[in-house]
Design a protein around this ligand. Structure first.
Ligand SMILES: Cc1cc2nc3c(=O)[nH]c(=O)nc-3n(C[C@H](O)[C@H](O)[C@H](O)COP(=O)(O)OP(=O)(O)OC[C@H]3O[C@@H](n4cnc5c(N)ncnc54)[C@H](O)[C@@H]3O)c2cc1C
Length: 401
């Protein structure tokens, strides 16, 4: 079967679904493809979405959403502190429920989507694009003017038409999670634990959702591979030995373990070319300091849809016109990605003896500074404003320049 359309979107994660929603609003013909029948259901993710993202993208109510208003945070050499906020910081959600809610919001989506179909090949030339997808042994050829590839950290188009360098192991993150079911509803705090005890130079997170706690740890792939300690041992030790988490999750059953990659590379270019726009994780739209990418992927999907609309209206798909996409997303999130990478390099490095980048940086000396870092992690503050608020004087002078 051959289908003709204007734009093919590969991947129905937050980036692809946001792109589809925006193209639908602009009356642009598109087809959205995902290999999963239920978008998001199998995506390993902590599922935290900041309230600013929910507001900006008018994210509808998500089944099982779990409101968060407290950040618990432990830095190396410091006590675990609990920072309560008067307003909601955001929601923890199941990725299947998020996918369903975003998918169902898009008008007439069934006629514009092909779910359960895996993209097997991509071709583009000066005139058009072809995406070859397989579903239940049947081939569908989708012919279009443009492709938005939002198929995740290792995007499928890179196999056939590489636009950028492969993300190296020192810029790609790895996260492993246990989903632990307990016999009561959990509280409304997200927990971040830093230090060698908890992760291979990354951090450990505990994100509750109803009676399920998503407990994860991770770091850069290079550090995970070079580490003598296996990644699951951090989680096992946390659950069996470290208070108050041992008591809080006592008696819980691990109902799922999952793991996946996340790009922690900062601004990565190019993100366009040869009638293709990369969006979301595919373009590195993910925080290098926290690995949170739902917000940035939605921004990337929105910018990609705006550019696609302009291209269709102008009937021009040259790299010159496509480059407006990169300008758009860098304007929106370039600062967070750039300074996030800077922070990652500064704070996640090993220190001498028991110290780490965090403890020797002067960034976390007071509770006020720790609150500012918490605000950044929960999406309430830009990375640059957090750095300016907590950095020692000599660094502030550097930024002011
Ligand atoms: C362990 C872990 C925990 C995380 N926790 C958080 C968190 O709490 N908060 C947060 O904001 N971010 C978190 N992230 C990051 C976040 O999950 C991603 O940044 C986000 O999902 C990226 O969205 P996306 O739309 O770009 O890609 P994805 O969500 O990865 O979606 C890509 C889609 O493409 C489809 N696809 C891939 N290949 C093909 C193919 N060949 N054919 C058809 N379809 C295909 C997949 O099925 C998938 O649905 C976490 C990541 C990990 C790994």
């Amino acid at each position: 079967m051959t289908v003709n359309t204007d734009v093919v979107i590969i991947g129905a994660g937050p980036a692809g679904l946001t792109a589809a929603r925006n193209l639908a609003k602009s009356d642009i013909e598109y087809m959205l493809i995902d290999r999963s029948e239920n978008p998001g259901e199998r995506k390993p993710c902590g599922g935290f979405i900041p309230s600013s993202t929910i507001k900006r993208f008018s994210v509808p109510r998500i089944e099982g959403q779990h409101q968060i208003n407290t950040a618990r945070i432990k830095f190396p050499g410091k006590e675990l502190i609990s920072i309560h906020f008067d307003e909601s910081l955001g929601m923890n959600v199941g990725r299947g429920a998020l996918g369903k809610a975003l998918y169902n919001e898009i008008p007439d989506i069934e006629t514009h989507s092909l779910l359960g179909a895996s993209v097997e090949r991509i071709e583009t030339d000066a005139e058009s694009c072809r995406v070859i997808a397989m579903k239940d042994g049947n081939e569908t050829i989708l012919e279009s003017k443009l492709i938005i590839d939002s198929s995740g950290a290792n995007p499928v188009s890179q196999r056939f038409i590489p636009l950028r360098e492969r993300i190296s192991n020192s810029q790609m993150g790895y996260g492993l999670q246990y989903h632990i079911k307990v016999n009561r509803n959990l509280d409304s705090s997200n927990t971040f634990l830093y230090g060698n005890q908890f992760s291979p130079r990354g951090y450990c997170w505990i994100f509750p959702r109803g009676n399920i706690a998503v407990v994860g740890t991770g770091g850069l792939v290079k550090n995970v591979r070079d580490n003598e300690r296996r990644t699951h041992e951090y989680l096992d030790t946390l659950l069996n030995e470290v208070e108050p988490f041992k008591s809080e999750l006592a008696g819980g059953a691990i109902i799922k373990k999952d793991s996946a990659l996340m790009p922690l590379c900062g601004v990565m270019r190019p993100s366009f070319g040869k009638r293709i726009l990369l969006a979301g994780d595919a373009a590195g739209h993910c925080s290098p300091i926290s690995g949170e990418g739902i917000h940035y992927s939605m921004v990337g999907g929105q910018c990609a849809a705006m550019t696609a609309r302009d291209c269709i209206k102008r009937a021009s798909f040259s790299d010159n016109v496509l480059s407006n996409y990169e300008k758009k997303w860098i304007k929106e999130m370039g600062s967070d990605l750039k300074w996030g990478l800077w922070l990652q390099k500064k704070l996640m490095r090993p220190g001498s003896g028991k110290t780490s980048g965090w403890s020797s940086s002067g960034f976390i000396d007071s509770e006020k500074s720790q609150k500012i870092i918490a605000e950044m992690l929960m999406g309430q503050r830009s990375v640059r404003s957090a750095i300016l608020a907590v950095a020692p004087g000599y660094l502030k002078a550097k930024f002011a320049r």
